[in-house]
Structures are given as C-alpha cells and as structure tokens.
Design a protein around this ligand. Structure first.
Ligand code: NAP
Length: 319
C-alpha cells in the first residue's frame, strides 16, 4: 500500500524547519482531537500543546496519557496563549465553544476545526468570533470509534485534509495551516465550503445514512430473528454495521448541519434506486451488470490511490 511512512514529516522532528505554529490548543479530545495531539507529538515535538474537553473523565484520561502539556479545566484557560486553536467537538457544539473562549483568545490566534460539514461551521465561527481569523478544515479520516483512547498518531497519514478558507482569508495563514496538516502526513486540498458539503454529502454523509437505515431495517424485520441477522452478517451486512456504529451525536449534527446537500443527494439516490428496482422487476440483467462493473472499477481506483486497503479486513488489524 502506498501509505506515507510515519517519518515523512521528520524535518520538524529534527527542528530543521520552522514550526508553522509553536503553541497549539485542541478543544475536544475524543477520537479526532486525541489523534491530532498524538500526531503533533510524533511529528512536531517542539510544539507546546494545551487542551480542554467538556467531559471531566476525558480530561483525566488525557492527563493520564500525557497527550498534551496542559489539560485545562475551562475552554478559556486552554487558549490563553495559543497561536492555533483547533475545535474537535461535534459540529453542533462549534459555535457555543467558540463563544465560550472568545474573551481569552489572543487577538492574532488562528481558529480552525475538524468538523465534517463546513458551511454551517464557517458561519457559526465567524458569528462567534467576528474579529478573529477563521479557516475551517476537515481531515477526511476517522473510524467508528470515539473518545481519547480510540485515537492514534497515524490517522491522518496519506489522508486528505480539506481547507475551506473564506474568500477574504489571509493567504499566509492558509499556507501556515496547510503546512501544519502536511507535517502530520496529510494531503491538503482547498475548496469552497459549499462545494465541500456537496462532495462529502455523497462520499460520506449519504453512505452513513444508508448504513443507519439498512441496519435499522434489518433489526426491525419480524420475519428474521436478531440471532439470524448476527449469525449471517458476513453477507455484506457486517460492513454496514461498522459504519452504523459511528457516534450518534456526531452524525446527528452532521445531518442537521448539512441538510440541503444531503437532501439533494438523497433525491438523486432515490431516483437511482428506483431505476434499479425497475431493472430487477423487468429482469434487465444488462443494466444491473453495467452498474456493478462501473462500481467495481471505482473500488479499484480508491485502492490504487492509497485511500483504502485491499485486504478483507481493510487493514484494520494494523491498529
Ligand atoms: P468524539 O470522539 O465523540 O470526541 C468529541 C469530544 O468533544 C468528546 O470528548 C466530547 O465530550 C467533547 N465535547 C463535546 N462538546 C464539547 C464542548 N462544548 N466543549 C468541549 N468539548 C466538548 O468525536 P470525534 O469523532 O473526535 O469527532 C469530533 C469532530 O471531528 C466532529 O466535529 C466530527 O464531525 C469530526 N470528524 C469526525 C470523524 C470521525 O470519523 N469520527 C472524521 C472527521 C471529522 P462528551 O463525550 O462529553 O460529549
């Protein structure tokens, strides 16, 4: 697999390059926030990390694991001297968290985030912090797990990180944030927030909606017992259950914040599903075969581009 080696960003470890940011604050240390902390520790050990999480148990775990230098008990205390603040909380909490730290945020700090939808977050952050530079970002990397113990340092290696700077963003700050994500092993791309939301609606949000639906449908069937669903799950259902095990808070917020794009893609999907229904009803084997051949080629391209693993367990046994 053409995954980037962990040592690729080693120039920062050897401190030959100037760090994009010397003091970084991470708000929300669940799966993504704790992975970010681990990745910064591994690739940019010169960076001073501070953090805050609303959950006292998570704060204790982060302290025990020494994921950051200073785990604060309030959002304000975590950002007091930060150059970069990255919000890693559920999408619906982004605006309230930004408001909570407003009075303690240094005037020249850059605010970013890792949320899965972008247009709603950009407006929420700009509304909460009208005098600060805001550049949203979305690392397209994750798992179905949650919490600080689920994170790992290589999560962002060879994964895309999409920056969605507002039109008037300072190009130097955009370049600094790109350098930060590249140092963590990510490939950085820039796009407009609305376009991001449309692309991710089809590549991520709709597949999650389908997985939640199909697992819900199977569990509601009266003619098939629950034990049969579990016993024969290898027939395709099992992969849907992995996606449908994803965090309920996170995904509730994603659908509510990316409503228009998801509804648009859902409409397209429903039309395509109806066409398949017709092909099955009328015995149109050619239509089915053509579609299944096209989709197989897409899977091959994803593996060739290093965005997934061809092994039957998708390489998950590696971590
Ligand atoms: P997670 O593991 O549940 O972590 C989120 C953490 O934020 C939790 O510890 C949560 O505490 C805390 N939190 C919630 N509200 C807060 C607040 N107001 N102030 C401070 N901390 C707060 O979730 P995650 O998977 O890391 O997701 C975080 C963000 O990353 C989301 O915006 C999501 O859309 C985005 N993202 C996720 C993935 C993925 O695959 N998981 C991929 C890319 C991007 P509680 O448990 O007490 O609520």
């Amino acid at each position: 697999m053409p995954r980037r080696d962990c040592g690729a960003a080693g120039d920062y470890r050897g401190r030959r390059l100037m760090l994009p940011f010397a003091r970084v604050s991470i708000i929300g240390l669940g799966l993504i926030g704790s992975s970010l902390a681990r990745a910064v520790r591994a690739q940019m050990p010169g960076v001073t990390l501070s953090g805050y999480d609303a959950d006292p148990e998570t704060r204790e775990t982060v302290r025990a694991l020494r994921l950051v230098d200073d785990m604060a008990d309030t959002p304000g205390a975590a950002v007091i001297d930060a150059e970069l603040v990255i919000l890693c909380v559920p999408v619906g909490a982004m605006g309230p968290v930004a408001s909570a730290l407003r009075h303690d945020l240094p005037a020249d700090a850059l605010i970013s985030d890792v949320g899965s939808s972008k247009a709603a977050i950009l407006s929420a952050l700009q509304e909460a912090l009208p005098d600060h530079a805001v550049i949203p970002a979305h690392p397209v990397a994750g798992t179905e797990r949650s919490g600080p113990e689920a994170g790992f340092a290589s999560l962002f290696h060879n994964r895309w990180c999409i920056l969605t700077p507002p039109a008037d963003a300072d190009p130097n700050k955009v370049a600094q944030l790109s350098a930060f994500w590249e140092a963590l092993g990510a490939n950085v791309e820039q796009m407009d927030a609305a376009h991001h939301d449309l692309v991710l609606a089809v590549t991520s949000h709709l597949p999650h909606l389908i997985a939640y639906t199909i697992v819900g449908t199977a569990s509601d069937l009266e003619s098939v017992t629950r034990s049969e669903v579990i016993k024969y799950s290898a027939g395709g259902f099992r992969d849907f259950t992995r996606i449908a095990a994803s965090d309920p808070t996170m995904w509730r917020d994603v659908f509510l914040s990316n409503k228009d794009a998801v509804l648009e893609m859902l409409q397209r999907f429903s039309e395509d599903l109806t066409a398949l229904q017709r092909a099955i009803r009328w015995g149109d084997g050619d239509a089915l075969f053509d579609l299944f051949s096209r989709t197989r080629a897409i899977r091959r391209s994803i593996i060739e581009e290093g965005q997934d693993d061809a092994r039957p367990d998708f390489g998950r046994s590696d971590h």
